[in-house]
Write a protein that binds this ligand. Structure first.
Ligand code: VNL
Length: 390
């Protein structure tokens, strides 16, 4: 009798623990931290709209859990990102951290993701080493070396022999400078490197140096959001009539602002992972839905990073039956799907995205400017981490 009561009591306790555990797990909270004020507001908005569009299309229930998105503005200040991430982990008990518009913002958060064992989905930033900063980071944007190396090849093969590079002086800019210069000089090209500050850049003195050097092409990396200002100074200095070709990764001709740049952008050759003009049924549906949900705004590569980031979280949760933490990160490794940008997968070794890189040319189509893709380099891994692994 005594023994049976004990067993019953133990059974009831176990059941109650299971029930309360299940209740605690009924909501999966995703903390989405983005610049929604300050100079990179447009980038944060693109990522947020991409993420929200995905949720709108797929609903907010996954594996029996309700998905709750908590959106926070870091104003693109790294200390703020870190403080918000800490608060989201400790007080809001988020299961996933996501967003990260610029490299320093992603890096500031990495130690917190590691400590708390919370997956950190980087949807925008592009410095190669970011995924090495925490075993809990996974990325759905791109890396600059991944997007840039094909440019070095294309340039040399297409008669460009002398190039000046002009990049923002921080992680992704330095990555793209090194990736381009490495491939291009190895092929036999000649290159001179210039770097411009990230904050409030004035491109004029650098453009003067470019004019003096008279290269065949000017290679540019500026983060999305600074392309319009660069182009303005490029025209003011008469570069559109100089015969110096504009090349680089596709951040400078980002799809949201490209159409307002005017004829100066025509003919620019860039390599990148997404164009709003990408010709696939998935992308047509994505672009239409995005425009409908955003007053006609064109999605750019940032929007796709947000959209695919949500896809990765949803599919990961399906695999773990709603569990987060280490199980969720493990479930995301090796996952593959068809994105609006084309086929993608998560490298199980590096947690970075493997994707096609497209060579594109700015053209006017039906009265609007587009990055028109004309060649594809399939399934490109981040070359920096691939080189370390070999
Ligand atoms: C970064 C890379 C930011 C590429 C960007 O735009 C970009 C970054 C804000 O890693 O900081 O286009």
């Amino acid at each position: 009798m005594h023994r049976r009561t004990l067993i019953l009591a133990a059974g009831a306790a176990a059941l109650m623990a299971a029930v309360s555990g299940a209740q605690a797990q009924q909501t999966v909270k995703i903390g989405l931290i983005l610049p929604l004020t300050g100079p990179f507001t447009a980038i944060g908005r693109q990522v947020e709209m991409g993420a929200r569009l995905y949720m709108q299309q797929k609903g907010n229930t996954v594996a029996g859990q309700t998905i709750e998105l908590v959106v926070k503005d870091d104003g693109s200040v790294a200390d703020t990102t870190k403080r918000i991430a800490q608060d989201l982990i400790v007080n809001e008990k988020v299961n996933v951290l996501a967003g990260f518009g610029l490299t320093p913002l992603a890096l500031a958060t990495a130690p917190l993701a590691t400590q708390a064992k919370v997956p950190q989905v980087v949807m925008a930033a592009g410095t190669a080493t970011i995924t090495e900063a925490s075993p809990f980071i996974v990325r759905t944007s791109f890396t600059l070396p991944q997007a840039t190396e094909p440019m070095g090849d294309w340039a040399f093969k297409n008669g460009i022999k002398k190039v000046v590079t002009l990049v923002s002086d921080y992680g992704p800019g330095i990555d793209s400078e090194k990736a381009f210069s490495g491939v291009f000089t190895k092929a036999g090209g000649q290159v001179e490197n210039l770097r411009v500050p990230l904050a409030n850049p004035d491109f004029s003195p650098f453009l003067q140096k470019v004019a003096d050097a008279k290269p065949d092409a000017l290679f540019v990396f500026v983060p999305a959001g600074q392309g319009a200002q660069f182009m303005k100074q490029f025209v003011e200095r008469g570069f559109d009539k100089s015969g110096i070709k504009l090349i680089g990764p596709g951040d400078v001709t980002d799809d949201e602002v490209l159409n307002n740049m005017g004829d100066v952008a025509l003919g620019a050759i860039t390599t990148h992972h997404y164009s709003v003009a990408h010709d696939s049924p998935e992308n047509k549906a994505f672009v239409e839905a995005f425009k409908r949900a955003s007053n006609g705004t064109r999605p750019n590569f940032m929007a796709v990073g947000g959209y695919d980031g949500m896809h990765l979280i949803y599919e990961g949760l399906k695999k773990t039956n709603g569990q987060g933490g280490q199980a969720l990160i493990d479930a995301m490794k090796g996952m593959s799907w068809t994105s609006p940008r084309g086929p993608v997968s998560i490298d199980p070794q590096t947690r970075d995205i493997i994707q096609n890189i497209y060579v594109r040319k700015v053209e006017r189509v039906n009265g609007e400017l587009y990055n028109v893709e004309f060649a594809t380099i399939p399934n490109v891994k981040d070359p920096v981490k691939a080189a370390k692994a070999n």
